[in-house]
Design a protein around this ligand. Sequence first.
Ligand code: NAD
Length: 492
Amino acid sequence: MTAALDFLASKPGLLIGGEFAAAQDGRTFDTINPSTGQVLSTVPRAGQADVDSAVRAARAAFDPGSPWRRTSPAERGRLLHRIGDLILEHAEELATLEALDSGKVITVARSSDVVLAANMFHYMAGWATKVEGSTIPFSMSAPDEHLAYTEMEPVGVVAGIIPWNFPLVMASWKVAPALATGCAVILKPAEETPLSALRLGQLVTEAGLPPGVVNVLTGYGHEAGAALAEHPGVNKVAFTGSTEVGKRVLGAARGNLKRVTLELGGKSPNIVFDDADLDIAIPFAAQGIFFHQGQCCNAGSRLFVHRKVFDEVVAGIAEIAAGYRIGDALDEESTMGPLVSAGHLERVLGYLESGQSEGATAVTGGDRGAGPGYFLEPTILTGTTPEMKVVREEIFGPVVAAIPFDDPDELVTAANNTPYGLAAGIFTRDLAKAHRTARALQAGTVWINTYGAFDAAIPFGGFKESGWGREMGRAVLDNYLETKSVVIRLAP
Ligand code: NAD
């Protein structure tokens, strides 16, 4: 706690070119503790001039002949390892900052967010020495007189624009692969949760990265975010956030045809068949939607349950929902914290109102929690129809629509009836049914008899309007690399 409070009191600056500084025009904004509604700290509000400086610093760091470009892959791997170690060494401080700033309950921030972020750096450390091209047989003419090969080159300066739900994890998903592939990066955290990114910027500097390789700009999406997305000096945008803003980023990136990857929203189906082990399915279905107050891109927000076990499953989840201890995210006893902001709470309440006015019933929950913070009871809606907004749109709160089904084929059609395609869950004891259903679902990740199991080695990303590209695993490297083909004529 002391370390986190010291960090807050230090009024951390933007990280540009290895220096920590205020915004050039001196502007700042407040970051709020969603558990209390009180101002936590004031951070710099980066504008166009700061974006220009950060891009200049990153470009200089990426220049051929710069210390970073001369850093060997093995040394890049060691630096990534060091950053992962530093995250673990500062685990308690980072977990506290995450709880204060985002409302993530401290026990989860400690056991999940910090660990996942460190894992990502440690995992990516291994890839730094394994980015390889290939030799390719040449067939067009005189095969013996040609040698063809590919080299993989870093894409250049990357802007990583991230959301507020997993601030440190999202930062690691952008920064670690950028460093493993030899890129330079400018990280723009969400305005709701700037703190852990600023602290990560300090740790990255402490790890010994050359100046300008990682830059951190706190600021608003329509200012710093938009300026990065359209900046001609940026080669690639790695964006995670809402589908709506993702489409805007795509438009802004058009000017210099930046490479764009998008990790966007979801409305993921979680399916419980009648042969499922309900002792497993019920807790995972509850966790699948209520984890971090439902503010997860992969939340299992449409729960399809076979009619035979529907009442039992809904009753089981309702019991778990009633057992959550809603409270201040810093309280070790809290199992559910607040939503991230007053505005977001209003938005989620609006969805509840809309669902209920259209005829859905809240079996449990549906009300604001007590206190000045932005608390909301975990809520199960039944009696929904496919046309309702609560079934079609991403709510991003602790609200699940429980939907009974009878026929497995109709179930797959209903589960895929969404513009999103991020994740899905299946609960059954029948292996063949599990694989058949997994194959039929349009989703980037399918969990079977579990939900929300992440690993830095497993690619994650969306089908359809849930995005472009994959985070993590070997697959993420492609986002940060250009392929160069070299063909040599071997003159006799
Ligand atoms: P958001 O789209 O409002 O903001 C995301 C980021 O974009 C923030 O840093 C914001 O400042 C910035 N931004 C806003 N307007 C911008 C603009 N015009 N140009 C450039 N940047 C801009 O999303 P949010 O509310 O912070 O996060 C919630 C959303 O993120 C949900 O839809 C959720 O599903 C999604 N998400 C997806 C994943 C995934 O991996 N697929 C992971 C986490 C969150």
